[in-house]
Ligand binder design. Structure first.
Ligand SMILES: Cc1cc2nc3c(=O)[nH]c(=O)nc-3n(C[C@H](O)[C@H](O)[C@H](O)COP(=O)(O)OP(=O)(O)OC[C@H]3O[C@@H](n4cnc5c(N)ncnc54)[C@H](O)[C@@H]3O)c2cc1C
Length: 480
């Protein structure tokens, strides 16, 4: 047992025997057992803790809000540094071009968005978990959001980060003026083509250093948009409409999400914001931007006509539009409820050795229909309850299977592996959103050759020769 009070007796520490440690033990997919939690209040405390742990080879895990659900913020042992108290917007600089927000890593994304909007600007990367997750977590997972179909992942908006390394030194990593950051969806390990070390840190899942300050580029005020929930008679209809009509013909899209029959039937019991037609078996959730009222009515008319042509007026008449801030927020919260519901169901089976088994694979959009066919035929074979939903416009659905016991869990996990192999074969990847963490290290060799993985391990060793930081994240400890 380590005595972290030795580092600094005024630390805000929660030790193993304190009940409050329970809050920091798990991330809804994995349970850990940290020896203590340090709720760091400033950069000096982080530096002191890192220097001590590095010297004594004590594992350190960094946690923000623990919504990444891969075990990456869960500590099996050692010290967990929580960033929750390192929050707040330091500055919004509107004189620079583009304008910038400088934030502490513990700032909740929704709070940042509100602060920026109150000054007339727009920060577009808002994960569905925006009310909980923090910017430090977002940078470390290269987060995307509902609107990333149009606006891309956080990497694109990061202008500068300050990192604290394990020897306690600070490094400022800044973008050059002529750099155009990659929009790549892949989140399996380090960004292999990095030129600027900023890109190595983005998506590094807490394995290289502590990100203590982030400077983000902002956009001008958000354009107007409306949201629509479009019903379809089957998953196949919804998917074909998405590829052949929405992606091919609608130009001002901000968001395209999918809610398949499994997700929709589970959600029919939740808050009647929308009266689903009896024949509706799947939905698309889209947002379209517009500049004038005239343009809005043209877009709505076009949408109505194309849904009628693809299904029938029964479905077109049942499209639900949200054009007021309140209704749009209702849609968003309803959509956010899908993963929450899936996680809650999954947890009910933990005690029997089962749980939710999720897939995070992605494919290029021209391979989407083929991949979804494969997913549904594989899911049927498992005979387990399943659903697919979310960011289909980027070729990246969330897929969930519900396993009641260890045997079913194994069946579900094998099926996810088969899907990942197929996704890679089709030119996609194994992780499009949540990352690898501790739970999915077995997926890395599906996507990367051994030499690429060894290259990543070499980069890791340059920053953390003792492998104390985020131990177990990205790389299976057995291969190190
Ligand atoms: C309901 C729900 C919806 C979601 N929707 C989306 C979505 O739309 N898009 C999306 O991308 N993700 C989504 N996620 C996943 C998750 O919210 C993101 O991965 C998010 O970026 C994690 O943020 P967090 O604050 O919870 O970080 P955590 O989960 O606590 O940590 C994530 C990683 O960041 C590291 N880390 C955190 N802070 C620092 C720091 N200061 N320095 C170094 N490393 C650090 C941790 O060690 C860990 O490896 C969703 C999750 C849920 C539960």
């Amino acid at each position: 047992m380590y005595d972290f009070n030795k580092i600094n007796s005024s630390f805000d520490l929660i030790d193993k025997n304190d009940d409050r440690i329970e809050t920091y033990r798990e991330d809804t997919m994995m349970r850990g057992d940290p020896d203590a939690v340090l709720r760091a209040r400033d950069e000096n405390e982080v530096k002191e803790a890192l220097i001590y742990c590095n010297k004594n080879k004590i594992p350190v895990t960094i946690s923000a809000s623990q919504t990444s659900m891969t075990g990456s913020s869960v500590a099996n042992n050692g010290l967990l540094i929580s960033i929750e108290k390192l929050d707040g917007v330091i500055d919004i600089n509107t004189k620079e071009s583009p304008p910038k927000a400088v934030v502490k890593p513990g700032t909740v994304v929704a709070d940042l968005q509100s602060a920026v909007a109150s000054q007339g600007y727009f920060y577009p990367v808002a994960p569905t978990s925006r009310d909980e997750c923090r910017i430090g977590g977002n940078v470390s997972t290269n987060a995307t959001g509902e609107d990333s179909f149009k606006y891309g992942p956080i990497r694109k908006y990061i202008n500068q980060i300050k990192v604290i390394l394990l020897d306690g030194s600070e490094k400022i990593l800044k973008r050059k003026l002529d750099e155009s950051p990659s929009l790549e969806l892949n989140k399996a390990g380090y960004f292999a083509d990095w030129k600027n070390p900023i890109d190595l840190f983005v998506g590094s899942e807490g394995t290289l250093g502590f990100i203590s300050e982030i400077t983000l580029n902002l956009l001008p005020k958000s354009p107007e948009f409306f949201s629509a929930l479009i019903p379809f008679p089957s998953n196949k209809n919804a998917l074909e409409f998405l590829v052949k009509t929405v992606l091919a013909k609608i130009k001002n899209l901000r968001t395209i999400e999918y809610i398949d029959s499994g997700a929709l039937s589970a959600m029919k019991t939740y808050k009647a914001i929308y009266k689903f037609p009896d024949k509706a078996k799947a939905l698309l959730y889209i947002k379209e931007e517009f500049n004038t009222e005239k343009e809005l009515s043209q877009l709505l008319e076009k949408l109505y006509k194309s849904v009628t042509a693809s299904t029938s007026s029964y479905f077109a008449d049942s499209i639900v539009i949200a054009d007021s801030p309140k209704k749009k927020e209702d849609f968003r919260l309803w959509r956010h409820r899908i993963p929450e519901m899936a996680n809650e169901h999954g947890r009910e089976y933990w005690k029997n050795g089962g749980g939710k088994v999720g897939g995070d694979w992605w494919v290029p959009i021209n391979k989407l229909l083929k991949m979804m066919d494969f997913f549904y035929s594989e899911a049927e074979k498992t005979k387990l309850p399943y659903m697919a939903y979310a960011h289909l416009g980027r070729g990246h659905p969330h897929t969930n299977l519900l396993a009641c016991n260890p045997k079913e869990k194994e069946i579900a996990q094998e099926m996810v592996i088969r899907c990942c192999k197929m996704a890679v074969k089709l030119g996609g990847g194994v992780a499009g959103e949540h990352g690898i963490g501790k739970l999915h290290t077995d997926l890395m060799p599906i996507q990367h050759t051994n030499s690429t993985i060894q290259k990543m391990i070499k980069w890791k060793k340059e920053y953390d020769p003792n492998f104390i930081l985020g131990r177990g994240n990205l790389f299976n400890p057995k291969i190190i």
